[in-house]
Design a protein around this ligand. Sequence first.
Ligand SMILES: [Zn+2]
Ligand SMILES: [Zn+2]
Length: 286
Amino acid sequence: MNVYIGAHMSISKGFHEVPSNTRKINANTFQIFPQSPRIWKNKLPDLEESKLFKENMRKEDISFDKVLVHSSYLVNLASPREDVREKSIKSLISQINIVSRLGLKYINIHPGSYLYSTLEEGIDKIAKAIDFVFNQTDDKNIEILLENVAKKGTNIGVNFKELKDIIDRTAFKNKMGITYDTCHGFDSNYDITTDESVENLLDIIDKELGIKRLKMIHLNDSKFPLGAGKDRHECFGDGNIAKRNEGFKPFLRNKIIRSVPWLLETPGDDEKHKEEIIKIKSLMGW
Ligand SMILES: [Zn+2]
Ligand SMILES: [Zn+2]
């Protein structure tokens, strides 16, 4: 079975180490942060480092366009605080420059939180920020993926209507896609544990956005039950998605889902992720 499956990998030993570490956990793709996710500062990898990274990608036979870069958690393009929003835009531009230097294509962002403003204002701010960012980006290959987030606080992007509203307002619709996070979706009441519920989810995505915008899956189980809105990831097979009805099977055997990369963002290290990948394959009989 030819699926793309991987996990979030550390960049602490350099980007160039990631491709071989990916193969060590039986994966064929990966997700990385472009920088430390909780500080503003970032550094463009030098040309030597990016050359080595690209060589190792080819050596390990990993496709550049199956890999995802997850932007830093500090970025909030919807912030009503102008200083934070400006910092976020600047930071996102430098993070995209890192993606470009590595020869990668997709950067994943959490749309943002509107805090003490309104959802409407937040959506507008995000779309305008995205336009500004694309106008500052020379690399025309780059695409931004909006991640669905847990229904919590003033998060934007808890359903596909909100993601659609953002995309509709940008001038760069052909460079926008989405990442579907199974834990966040479960938090927002999207069940995936029966064939019917999976069909239903894909119908909603298709109706709101067009199914082609679905580019990546964050494959996470949830510590809390359907609709809880807690945003607590659990290891694959140990959480409330696995326990409900047929668990992950209906989702993972779906043809559309199988055509996009699956990335684990579950607790634990590389060794744990390796075990989870084995678990997924044995569950699916691969
Ligand atoms: Zn995320
Ligand atoms: Zn995620």
